[in-house]
Ligand binder design. Structure first.
Ligand SMILES: [Ca+2]
Length: 241
C-alpha cells in the first residue's frame, strides 16, 4: 500500500523544488528591479575631506591663516579670500565636527568676501554624485552660508545657530558629472551677526552611479505584468503536477 497524501498535508520536498524553480524563474525580473531601483553608492575619492592632513603650522591661537592659492591643506587649494585652518584645542573654543581640524571660511578678517576651498575630482560623465558636509555656526541666531559649485551645478546652503557654541549642521548637495574632471568649490557667502564664523568640516563625496530617470509608469506596468504572468505560469505548472 502506497502512502497517499493526506488532505491539507504539504509535501515539503515538492514545495521546495517548486519554490526553487519559481525563484529561478523570477531572478531575471528581480535583477531588473534592482537595476531600476539604483545601484550602491561608492566613495568618489575626495581627498582629505576632513582637513586633517597637510602642512599645518599653528599660530598662537591654534589656527593657521591661509590665503588664495595656498595648498597647505592636502588635496585642497584656497580660493577667493583668506580663511583659517583650525586645530583643537584653540583659543576660540571651536570644536571640529570630525577629527581635530576644521575650517573657518570667515578667517581672521571676518569680512566679505569670505574664503573658500576647491579640489578637482575624477568623475564619470553621467553619474550622479552626492556631497555631504557639516556647516558650522557660532553664536545663537547667527546664519552661516556656503556656495557649493560642482561643474555647472551650484547651490547656496545655509544654517541658523540654535546654541551659543560651535554647532554643526549636516548639508547635502547633488550633481551629475558632465566631465571626467569636476572642480568642487565651497565658498563662504554669509556670516551674519558679528560675521565671525563659517565653519566647514567632514566632507564626503559618493558616486551614486548612473543618473537615472525615475522609471516611467508604462515601463513599471510592463514589468509588473511580466512578473504576474511568471507567477501565474508557475502556479499553473504546480496545479498540473
Ligand atoms: Ca576635521
Amino acid at each position: 500500500m502506497s502512502k497517499k497524501p493526506v488532505a491539507g498535508h504539504v509535501n515539503l520536498e515538492t514545495e521546495g523544488i517548486e519554490m526553487r524553480h519559481r525563484v529561478r524563474s523570477l531572478s531575471p525580473w528581480l535583477c531588473a528591479w534592482t537595476l531600476m531601483l539604483g545601484t550602491a553608492s561608492a566613495d568618489a575619492g575626495l581627498l582629505n575631506g576632513s582637513f586633517e592632513d597637510g602642512a599645518f603650522v599653528a599660530d598662537g591661537n591654534g589656527a593657521m591663516s591661509l590665503f588664495p592659492g595656498d595648498t597647505s591643506i592636502t588635496g585642497w587649494t584656497v580660493s577667493t579670500s583668506e580663511l583659517a585652518w583650525i586645530t583643537t584645542p584653540n583659543n576660540f573654543s571651536l570644536v571640529a565636527s570630525d577629527g581635530v581640524f576644521s575650517l573657518d571660511l570667515a578667517g581672521y578678517d571676518d569680512a566679505a568676501p569670505y574664503g573658500g576651498v576647491e579640489q578637482s575630482v575624477t568623475t564619470t560623465i553621467g553619474n550622479e554624485y552626492l556631497l555631504t558636509f557639516d556647516l558650522g555656526t557660532f553664536g545663537t541666531g547667527t546664519i552661516a552660508s556656503i556656495l557649493v559649485t560642482a561643474g555647472g551645478t551650484s547651490d547656496t546652503l545655509s544654517a541658523t545657530a540654535t546654541i551659543a557654541g560651535t554647532e554643526w549642521h549636516a548639508q547635502s548637495f547633488s550633481f551629475v558629472a558632465t566631465s571626467t574632471n569636476t572642480l568642487l568649490s565651497l565658498v563662504g557667502t554669509t556670516a551674519s551677526g558679528n560675521g565671525i564664523y563659517i565653519g566647514l568640516d567632514n566632507l564626503l563625496l559618493t558616486d551614486q552611479g548612473p543618473a537615472q530617470a525615475v522609471p516611467e509608469p508604462a515601463s513599471l506596468t510592463l514589468l509588473g505584468l511580466g512578473t504576474i504572468a511568471l507567477i501565474g505560469a508557475a502556479r499553473r505548472r504546480r496545479q498540473a503536477v
